[in-house]
Every structure is written in structure tokens, then in C-alpha cells.
Design a protein around this ligand. Sequence first.
Ligand SMILES: Cc1cc2nc3c(=O)[nH]c(=O)nc-3n(C[C@H](O)[C@H](O)[C@H](O)COP(=O)(O)OP(=O)(O)OC[C@H]3O[C@@H](n4cnc5c(N)ncnc54)[C@H](O)[C@@H]3O)c2cc1C
Length: 261
Amino acid sequence: MQWIDISTFKALRQMLAEDVKILGGGTKLLQEGPLPNRVMDLSSLPIEQGLYQAPDGSVHIGPQTTLEDLLNWPDTPNDIKRVLKKMGAVPFRNLATVIGRLANREDISDLYPVMRLYQTQVTFVTPITGVPQERPLTWESPELPEAWLEVVIPPKTSAYPLVEFLKFGKSSQSRTLLNVTAGLQPVPATPFWTLTLIVSGITPAPQEWHWTESGEAIFSVVTGQLGERCFSVTADPFECHLIRSYWDILAQRLEERLGGI
Ligand SMILES: Cc1cc2nc3c(=O)[nH]c(=O)nc-3n(C[C@H](O)[C@H](O)[C@H](O)COP(=O)(O)OP(=O)(O)OC[C@H]3O[C@@H](n4cnc5c(N)ncnc54)[C@H](O)[C@@H]3O)c2cc1C
């Protein structure tokens, strides 16, 4: 395997065009499947590599930021910290990068749902333009190879969502098989709330469902409609039963937090 050190955007663009894989912590790229012939490392690129808060309050996460860095950073929102704590053990979190986890579209990710609910933005480069562009964090695989330079959690201008999640694995040692994450956010200047449920593990891409209702109605409406939504994407009654049971727990936690606001 050849290791390529990239120090200019010109070189990055060239290597992307040649489909050279980007190395984060290597916990997926160097451990699963055949090793790539060539990998490139972005650590010499003249960009912010770590974690910082901009004057507008947005949180910027560069390519060398590990899961453990984000977990231990004082300004990381608590709901994101709670997810990070449930991801593997410390030695793994010291290696795996935030960007490597989000750019890697395995059929399940514990970090994607909470970062999506926080309306995270991605700054990336493709071989076509070679200049940094921005877009919201989504699951869809891009048509062109991308180098992610940073992910940005926007400033807390409106309230951050209340986030609760549950993950299900075959045993405590195994990877997650199902992750159900719920985010509750007020609709500004109305008595309504938007509830977003992101379910990953039952289909190759996470399912994202939304409801907007008044605070009194939202939990019962979701409970009433969840079965139908679930059976529209899987015929497996066990998965739908699990998702509904998880929702009951998440709804109870969210209702308690809502009562405390
Ligand atoms: C022991 C262990 C426990 C785990 N536990 C969990 C868990 O609890 N929850 C969970 O969700 N996942 C878990 N995982 C999966 C893990 O999160 C993935 O392996 C993840 O991709 C790790 O990030 P990395 O930095 O090591 O990525 P790498 O392996 O380096 O790269 C992964 C992918 O991301 C791409 N990539 C990396 N950096 C960039 C960049 N800057 N721009 C564009 N693409 C990039 C790579 O090219 C590659 O395709 C676990 C894995 C292990 C080995």
C-alpha cells in the first residue's frame, strides 16, 4: 500500500480524480475488506485539522478530530456527547475520526442521526472544481469522490433539538444492528413541535421520518402512525416491534425533558 502525503489543493484534486482513498483513523479502511493500493492523508493540507469554535458559535471539526476529542471537548453539545460515549471503547475512539465515521456510509452509524438532527454542514472538495464547497450532511453517496475538509455544527441561534437514542446489538461486544434516534425541536413562533425519527439498520440507508404537531398531540400521533411507517420499509415484524418499543422509551424520556423546560 502506497501512502501519499497531500499538502496542496492541486495535489488533492489530482489524487481524488485518481480515486485514491482518504485515510481517517483507518478503523474501517485498513481493517475491513481488501487494502486499497494507495491512501492519502490530509494532515499536511493547509486547513484547520482539529476542533475549534468560531466567533459566531459554530463548532468546526477538522479531519484529524477523533471521536474522543469531540467527546472531551467542553463545548460539544451534551446530546452529541451521550451518543459518542456509547460508541465503542476509548482505544477505538482515540483512533476513529468524526469525519471518517460520517463519510463512511456503512448501513448503520450511531453518529450520523444526531449530527443530522443538529443540521451539520459538510465542507468538501471534488476533483471537478478543486475548491471547497458546502452542503448539509446527508446519507446519499455522492456521484463524485469527495474529500471532507470539515464538518460544522451551526451556532445555537434557535434551540438545539432535544435528542434521545437507543441502539440494539446482538451482544454488548458486537456492533450496533439498529439505532433509533428521536429529535424534538420547536417550530419558531408557533405552538408546534417537529419530531424527527431516524432509524438506521433496517435498510441500507437510514430512514428519516418527520411529524409536526402541537406539544400535547405529538407523542400520541407518532405512536399511532409509527407502525404504518415502519411496515412501509420492512416486512419484518420483529424490527417494527423493536422500533415501536424503542419509541415508547424515547417518547417517555423526551416528555420528561419537555416537562423540565
Ligand atoms: C472496534 C470498533 C468499534 C466500533 N464501534 C462503532 C460504534 O459503536 N458505532 C458506530 O457507529 N461505528 C462503530 N464502528 C465503526 C467505525 O465508526 C468506522 O470504522 C468509522 O469509519 C471509523 O472512522 P475512521 O476515522 O477510522 O475511518 P477510516 O477507516 O479511516 O475511513 C472510513 C471511510 O471514510 C472515508 N474518509 C475518511 N476520512 C475522510 C475524509 N476526510 N473525506 C472523505 N472521506 C473520508 C475513508 O476513505 C473510508 O471510506 C466501530 C469500529 C470498530 C473497529
